[in-house]
Design a protein around this ligand. Structure first.
Ligand code: FAM
Length: 437
């Protein structure tokens, strides 16, 4: 058994009594009541999910297993010759809560390599789809297609379900899936945008480095990939992709069914597709100006025009956060510290948008959070390095998001979380509760 799986087994055994005790002895303790506003308004703020993988404070932003973004980057073992950590070490952290040693990290690197071969039938599925299908359709289909190899589902069908040990099958499925997501993304990218020519994995590279290599990118982009996947990994459990993954898995569906569904949620423009929308908005705007940077007045006019036409400003606002997303700040710092990027016109425009948008959203008076989220800053980095096919950006997000969703469903299984089934009411009932009927 790998060190990671052994440590995970110990952590799970130590954790189980806490969950059991809470469920048995304190099940009636209230976490707050729900309101009519929450029932109609997307369950905002209702505390009904449990995760220890990450926590999102509205003012501070995300902590992964208790670590802020800068703490996470500082603590994890770094890829030799790079200031950025191994994605594989980050996976170890999210799974176990422990910062791995270099040796433990390298064990995961090797483990993923041994599981990373994309089956030919997945390639066949990808090739059978119309070439103009959205890359998220391709990505989700590829994940779903691999369900036939699910260790969990195959054991379940063979009558080998055991509530105490079934997390191991989920762990195996999750690791098998995670190890293939980078190569699948790279295949889609090159099939769609690079003349259907492909590059084999380099056995000497880590996951992030290999992704850069397989899409045909530069040495510098390797760090971009590592940073991007880690930053997009987890944002506690209530966001659409994480919640969908958890919800589907709660029916004892396996990791393939669950994460394919999560990817479909990520593909919505209010969620992960916002990074595509940000680039579309900024590129269209620059094109109208003939490639020139706008004046502040022109920019304000364009932002108001978007709002007045009933659209949202992509990359701004958040359901939980009430300040600038630290994932935005981290990527902004990357731009400011990267020669060439800090003076790049598109980055300058993104910075100008950052300067004026919050005041406009406050003036409009609708958005509860006028500050930028992760998506407002991620596309410009991709564009700068030559990944200009912004349709593809949400696939990048989806590779990263799996680093959070898959440990979450592994723990869900380990702690025996129940099938999810919130209660619905009718409009009549709401009116009766409101005393207007
Ligand atoms: N531009 C214009 N209006 C906005 C807005 C924005 N960026 N953000 C929120 N609003 C509006 C929102 O549409 C709603 O209007 P109505 O009352 O007319 O329905 C009102 O402000 C109140 O919304 P809220 O309570 O502040 O936000 P929600 O919690 O309902 O929604 C978001 C949160 C993220 C869906 C919303 O802020 C939004 O649509 N942002 C733009 C899209 C985006 O960037 N999504 C990516 C989020 C990201 F973090 C991620 O998932 N990757």
């Amino acid at each position: 058994m790998s060190t990671l799986k052994k440590v995970l087994a110990e952590k799970i055994a130590a954790h189980r009594p806490r969950t059991t005790r809470l469920a048995k002895e304190f099940a009636d303790v209230s976490l707050g009541e729900s309101t009519i506003g929450q029932a109609i308004g997307g369950a905002r703020g209702i505390k009904c999910l449990v995760t220890d993988i990450s926590y999102l404070d509205p003012m501070e932003g995300i902590r992964f297993r208790g670590y802020t973004i800068p703490e996470t980057f500082a603590a994890l073992p770094k890829v030799p010759g790079s200031d950025y950590p191994y994605v594989e070490g980050f996976w170890y952290l999210l799974m176990t809560g422990d910062i791995p040693t270099m040796e433990q990290t390298l064990e995961v690197v090797e483990d993923w390599k041994s599981r990373s071969q994309v089956p030919q039938y997945v390639i066949d599925v990808l090739r059978a789809l119309p070439r103009d299908s959205h890359p998220m359709v391709m990505f989700s289909s590829a994940i779903l297609a691999m369900q036939r190899d699910s260790v969990f589902s195959n054991n379940y069908a063979a009558g080998k379900f055991n509530k105490m040990t079934c997390w191991e099958d989920m762990y195996e499925d999750s690791t098998n899936l995670m190890a293939k997501l980078g190569p699948i993304g790279a295949y889609i990218y090159r099939m769609k945008y690079k003349g259907d020519t492909h590059i084999d994995a380099d056995p000497d590279l880590d996951m992030g480095g290999n992704f850069a290599h397989m899409i045909g990118q530069s040495e510098d982009y390797k760090n971009v990939a590592r940073m991007y996947f880690i930053l997009h990994s987890d944002h506690e459990s209530g966001n659409v992709s994480a919640h969908t993954t958890h919800l589907v898995a709660s029916a004892l569906s396996d990791a393939y069914y669950a994460y394919s569904a999560g990817i479909n949620g990520l593909a919505g423009p209010l969620h992960g597709l916002a990074n595509e929308e940000v680039l579309r908005w900024t590129q269209n705007f620059m094109a109208k100006l003939g490639g020139e940077l706008p004046t502040e007045e022109q920019l304000k006019e364009a932002l108001w025009a978007t709002l007045n036409s009933g659209q949202v400003i992509p990359g701004y606002g958040h359901a939980v956060l009430r300040k600038t997303d630290p994932r935005y700040t981290s990527q902004r710092e990357f731009c400011l510290n990267t020669e060439g990027l800090k003076d790049y016109p598109l980055f300058k425009l993104v910075s100008m948008i950052f300067d004026v948008t919050p005041d406009i959203l406050v003036e409009q008076g609708k958005a509860k959070n006028p500050w930028p989220n992760v998506d407002a800053q991620s596309g410009v980095i991709q564009w700068y390095y030559g990944v200009t096919q912004y349709e593809f950006y949400t696939v990048l997000f989806g590779i990263g998001r799996a680093l959070g969703c898959l440990p979450n469903i592994t723990w869900d299984r380990a702690l025996g979380y129940a099938i999810e089934r919130p209660k619905s009411v009718t409009t009549d009932m709401l009116e009766a509760a409101a005393g207007i009927k």
